[in-house]
Design a protein around this ligand. Structure first.
Ligand code: HEC
Ligand code: HEC
Length: 554
């Protein structure tokens, strides 16, 4: 009898698998009870490791095989390798000034802002999966084989991986992604691919032609928008405006009529740009996006849905794929939740942090910042590494606060929340979008590597963040993080500005950030944070520098 019960118990255990609480009521525990969801499915150690490894592969190589938008790779490559005086190129480039100078596929990848894979472990700041042969193109570029043709698309890593002083970091915001812009150009370029010149010059096969035709067809249901500044993303508008080109039924069916006559949507003329988020914060949060507007459901599911609406995919096919591939989603979810932030000392050495100064900064932080951003426990007496955080305590339920930063991004959500919520897939995955008034005060782990700051990149470094809004820099130049000494201000954590700006950055005006443009305002996050109720300054600059010293350790 007991043996029978035991077997039954063991059987029940294999059937039982932990499922995370994705509901609006989810709570991670108050104060001392707070527990991060690093291991989101509570998997046993070995299984967790394997699951993460597979999940990271999905982050790099896009797994959604039913994705509708694929660019035949061979003709694309051939096209860029023909000489630039070729009449076909001249014809195509007439409409696309930006890419006139491209000589090779590598040039496109560089322009797209995607980075090469790390070749060795020492080039990685956090975890990467084991090397696979698919990793030959830059991170984010994915080739999907369909009917014998390889088609190019993009994975999560196109926007969610970066190169940081020679090391590759998965889950760090790509500072210069051009995926939206690429869609925007691609739409224009595709218009002339019917020309016989095109077919002749590239000698496309029948299968390639078919892929191209399909891509042109689904483009009808894709609306694109060029971001307001390089480094920001317009996926939100792309999803909203693409949805408005489909039927308003629960599968957002792709009708020709709605493609030609989309429903009016305010995002046609309004801005809601924002930067891609970092992944290592997810484990501390219970709601998603910069404005916390996704209040329930697994955010990875939502990402697939939104990505695919923006790529013109049939939601019936996507639904089938999602239902059949719950393991893929589980793997990617595990990996994203387990992502770790790069550490300052791994780049600059333990000596680069003044412990006494950081301790002073900690006091200020605990007084003025902790209430919104959470607390970060330290073991200052540790012999090994006094700078490490021993415990992060964030909110039981992720808050949204309005601190007066640019409102356009959070306002943008109201223009399509209803349409998203009524989709059959949204209801099935229990995703609910509720427009908010404000933004989530994000956990500040790895904040030193997250410049430029705020959801709209409007603040070049932390000194600017700690300056009165009216005195903050109204514009700045951005550039890649290649040289630790030249491309980074290690006192202010972020872009060197003014006469410290590396001269090469000013060669390309795409890297110029102008806070006077719509949606790019650098206002807010000062009153009552750095000032008293009466409006006077709370801290001297010496105190602010010690606060920055503390932030280096997070
Ligand atoms: C075209 C660029 C792009 C691609 C590709 C992309 N993302 Fe994002 N992602 C963004 C942007 C932009 C945001 C932040 C939007 C906001 O909240 O304002 C974001 C936010 C997120 C968030 C929410 C983070 C948080 O703190 O709440 C998660 C999770 C995420 N992305 C995961 C993924 C995954 C997984 C994929 C691949 C399936 C993916 N993303 C593909 C641009 C992208
Ligand atoms: C009332 C709540 C609140 C307080 C107090 C507060 N913050 Fe914030 N903080 C926010 C919000 C909300 C955002 C997001 C703003 C945005 O992106 O538009 C933010 C953003 C930030 C960012 C940028 C994060 C990123 O990823 O770009 C930093 C850095 C920051 N805060 C530091 C601090 C420091 C240091 C203090 C204490 C001196 C502090 N904050 C106090 C609410 C708060």
């Amino acid at each position: 009898m007991t043996i029978f019960l035991l077997t039954l118990l063991m059987y029940a255990q294999t059937l039982y698998s932990f499922s995370p609480d994705w509901s609006q009521e989810a709570s991670l525990g108050k104060a001392e009870e707070f527990k991060s969801r690093e291991n989101i499915y509570d998997l046993p150690e070995r299984e967790w490791e394997e699951t993460i490894n597979k999940g990271l592969e999905h982050a790099l190589i896009y797994p959604v095989r039913v994705t509708a938008l694929l660019i035949p790779f061979r003709p694309l490559k051939k096209f860029f390798e023909t000489d630039s005086y070729d009449p076909l190129r001249q014809l195509i480039f007439k409409g696309a000034q930006e890419i006139t100078g491209f000589q090779s596929l590598e040039d496109i990848f560089n322009w797209l802002g995607v980075h090469q894979y790390p070749l060795e472990e020492e080039n990685q700041a956090n975890r990467f999966p084991e090397y696979k042969k698919e990793f030959q193109h830059p991170m984010g570029a994915t080739l999907i084989q369909r009917d014998n043709v390889k088609g190019l698309t993009f994975s999560c890593a196109a926007c969610h991986s970066a190169s940081l002083f020679g090391k590759k970091v998965l889950g760090l915001t790509n500072r210069f992604p051009r995926a939206n812009h690429f869609f925007h150009l691609g739409k224009a370029a595709l218009k002339i691919t019917d020309s016989s010149l095109f077919k002749f010059a590239l000698q496309t096969t029948d299968e390639e032609k078919r892929m191209l035709k399909q891509t042109k067809k689904v483009m009808k249901w894709i609306a694109t928008k060029k971001p307001q500044a390089l480094g920001l993303d317009t996926s939100l508008a792309q999803v909203a405006l693409s949805l408005s080109k489909r039927g308003d039924d629960e599968y957002a069916t792709r009708y020709l009529k709605t493609a030609l006559m989309p429903r009016p949507n305010d995002l046609n003329h309004k801005r809601a740009d924002s930067k891609p988020a970092v992944w290592w914060n997810l484990k501390y949060k219970t709601r998603w996006l910069s404005d916390g507007s996704i209040v329930s459901g697994n955010p990875i599911f939502t990402n697939f849905l939104w990505n695919e609406i923006g790529r013109g995919t049939s939601l019936r096919e996507l639904e089938k794929w999602l239902q059949k591939n719950t393991n893929t989603i589980k793997e990617l979810t595990s990996a994203v939740f387990a992502t770790k932030a790069p550490r300052y000392i791994d780049f600059f050495g333990l000596q680069s942090i003044d412990i006494e100064k950081a301790k002073k900064g900690e006091q200020i932080f605990n007084k003025s910042c902790q209430g919104c951003h959470g607390s970060y426990e330290k073991d200052w007496d540790s012999d090994e590494d006094p700078t490490q955080t021993t415990k992060v305590i964030y909110h039981a339920q992720t808050p949204v606060k309005n601190v007066g930063t640019d409102p356009l991004r959070y306002q943008g959500m109201q223009y399509f929340a209803k349409e998203l919520n009524q989709l059959k897939i949204s209801r099935w995955m229990k995703t609910v979008v509720t427009p908010q008034r404000g933004y989530v005060p994000p956990p500040l782990v790895g904040i030193w590597a997250r410049w430029p700051y705020f959801h709209n990149n409007s603040i070049p470094n932390l000194c600017a963040l700690m300056t009165r809004p009216e005195d903050r820099p109204k514009s700045y130049w951005a550039g890649e993080a290649i040289d630790k000494n030249k491309d980074f201000d290690s006192e202010c954590l972020g872009y060197p500005i003014g006469n410290q700006t590396p001269r090469e950055w000013k060669k390309d005006k795409a890297y110029y950030f102008d806070t006077l443009k719509e949606g790019l305002s650098n206002s807010g996050h000062y009153e009552r944070i750095f000032t008293t109720k009466e409006g006077s300054e709370k801290y001297t600059w010496a105190e602010k520098y010690s606060l920055i010293e503390f932030l280096k350790t997070l």
